[in-house]
Structures are given as C-alpha cells and as structure tokens.
Write a new protein. Structure first.
Length: 69
C-alpha cells in the first residue's frame, strides 16, 4: 500500500479574478462617462435650438418633421 500525498493550491486564481474585477469596473466607468457626455451634448444642443429659434418654432418644426411635410 503506497501513501500518495497531493497538494492543492487554492490561491492561484485570486489574482485573475481581481484583475477581471478591475477591468470590469474600469469599463463600466468609461461607459458611464461616455453616456454622461452624450447626454450633456444632447441637452446643450436642445437648449441652443430652443434659445435661438424659440419654443414655438421648435414645436412647429417637430410636428412638421413627424408629419413629413
């Protein structure tokens, strides 16, 4: 009867998982920042259009665009 000893390493994948978590958090931060910039740009464009033409002209132009005339 032979006595075989096995050794297992449990901490081998801890760094891999931590690396994936850091990349995921970074990707979420980049996507959130990009979304915020796009939203701010849209608000700025809308506000500029309303201030330059007035809200009535904007409403009329919107209905004209929707109706296709």
């Amino acid at each position: 009867m032979t006595n075989i000893r096995t050794q297992t390493t449990t901490g081998a994948h801890e760094h891999t998982q931590a690396g994936i978590d850091i990349i995921s958090k970074g990707a979420i931060a980049v996507m959130g920042g990009t979304s915020a910039l796009i939203g701010l740009w849209a608000v700025a464009c809308f506000a500029t259009a309303v201030l330059s033409n007035g809200p009535l002209a904007m409403t009329k132009a919107w209905f004209t665009a929707v109706a296709g005339m």
